[in-house]
Design a protein around this ligand. Sequence first.
Ligand SMILES: [Cu+2]
Length: 170
Amino acid sequence: MIDFKKVTGIIAGLGLILGTTTTTVAMTPNTPSTSSTFRQIEQPLSLKLVVTLGGLGLIGLELWWFLFYQSQSQKAEAKEGVQELTITVDSGYVPNHVIVQAGQPVKLNFFRKDPSSCLNQVLIPDFKISKNLELNQMTSVEFTPEKTGQYSFTCGMNMFKGTIEVETAK
Ligand SMILES: [Cu+2]
């Protein structure tokens, strides 16, 4: 079984290394050094530009990964006293960080788009919830969080994770 988030993290990590090294190389001043035993190889400007932009792009991807992708949070909206939110199940959970208020019923609608058997079940241990998710269908789970805190939900094998953040009621 492949942990998608880990793999993506590793790729993003490699991207940072590649990005910084290639950018450093590309940005090294091109003044020929007389004491150097290495011969300066003249590269076309366009190639340098491509390498630099590629490096910057990878750095951008890395920043995006850390700042935005990892914490896609969404607040549940209360409709007729029930805080409802849809979570798309596709290579993980989107959003994977759900914010709800304590003391009010919560209804999470899991829409499973990913055929991987890894995601055919969702568990919310703190609320004693275990549900099978049918492919291309919406499966709802309901619970009422009484205490504030962070509660996790995972796939059946604990490979994909999400967090339910319970805030004090306003
Ligand atoms: Cu799994």
